[in-house]
Design a binder for this molecule. Sequence first.
Ligand SMILES: [Zn+2]
Length: 296
Amino acid sequence: MPEGRVYKVGWNQTSTGWRLWLLDHPRIAADVATLDDPAATEALLEPVCREFGDGEPTFTFHPPVPPAAVDAPFIARGLGLIVNHACAWIAGNVTDYFSGRVCELCLRITGERNDAALVESRPPEGDLCDRNPMDFGPVVATERFVALLSPSERDAVELRPCVRSARARRKVYEVIPKVIVPKVPVLGIPRPALRCGACGNTFFRNELPSSDMRTFIADSAIDADVPALFGVGSSQHLQLATTFTRATELAGHPHARGAGATRLGTVPPDRIDNNPAIEVRNEPWQFGLPKPLRPR
Ligand SMILES: [Zn+2]
């Protein structure tokens, strides 16, 4: 069974707390005491794992949960991420698509995306994908998702056609944003951070205690004039970003199968952690990286 899919969660208040359910499978539901905690969706983990064999699901709330007070400093810009952990099946080796090489320790690809078109080995799982059998996270979109984009959104990205698999019914594009903004660590937010002793690649995760907001960029990285679409992360691992309103609208469309929207935090200069504690790791088993998916 596929793992790591995005599930849209409906919610409403009850006399004792909150009722949560999967919008696409309403019989999968749970009652929780609070919504102001990422643990709220833990009650859905077991039934989702049992029903779909998915042990690493991502949940997004629809409509979005009102932000908690602790989130306020980070949501002033009103930005959002379009997330999707569906899989695009890309053929070949990750080195076919990058200028660099694969680090022998952490197994991440280095360098920049080259000019090669992605080759599909089979049709993608969803309309918007960011995973593939390699450790590389491009944004891959079906033509019906691309059709939802406005002219200014199309102008903000390169739509590079993928080489279709023999079974494909729809055209598929790699969406390469013209602007890619790196994530930043935030002061006061606990985050396990580690650095690869061989290539220097650094991995960190921000865990805001109150909400599903996990991704933060420097406030100064985005102009007052927010690009219609931009990328967050790196050319190796990307997600699409825009305003939260637009992310919610796009992700909620039936032609955005599997996509979800979360808030994207923007961090003022005095809240960026410029000297984060980082553990350097020199053994492959220390990375605990997700296992690369294998084509079935
Ligand atoms: Zn490395």
